[in-house]
Design a protein. Sequence first.
Length: 201
Amino acid sequence: MDQLILNIRPPEQKTFENYVFGKNAEIVATLKDFDSKNDGYQIIYLWGVEGSGKSHLLSALKNPLIVKVEDIQDMNDQQQNDLFNLINEIKAGNTKIIITGNQSPDEIKILREDLLSRLKWGLVMHIKPLSDEDKFKVIMNQSQERGFHIEEKVIQYCLRHLRRDLHTLINTLHALDEWSLKTKRPITINLLKELLDKKII
């Protein structure tokens, strides 16, 4: 049952306001316009490494006329053909589409040439990874929002010894908070190591 610790809180709503943009302020501003205006680009391709916040940004888009497609790099040939046709339909109409992937279009070797050309019809944007300083700020802000204290050395340990994508770091923070409450112990490096040993995180 302890391994369910990460799932006992409802997920926080993902918005543009609580997205930590780092060096990606221009991308956030562009997506806000994409969400709220009927003119401008119809097609956006958004790419970045795992944990860079692509799903967060898609969730922040509230316009029902925007079609959202994630992880194009995992599509088989038939799915790519369907997406190709969908983009053509969207281009001919008044809707929009945003597509995400983990690489730039030219770097995804499995992409069909016709689909690659369609992606280049639109705006291609690269989400730049957050710096360790940005990630540090995110963890501190999250801990303050959840109402508990975490020492800087615990955060530094996470940045040195755990996977460095933001998704992993935030889940680790939440697990530490829950385990601290459950065991009535302060959040320390020893508590973090205990969770790692128990494979709870």
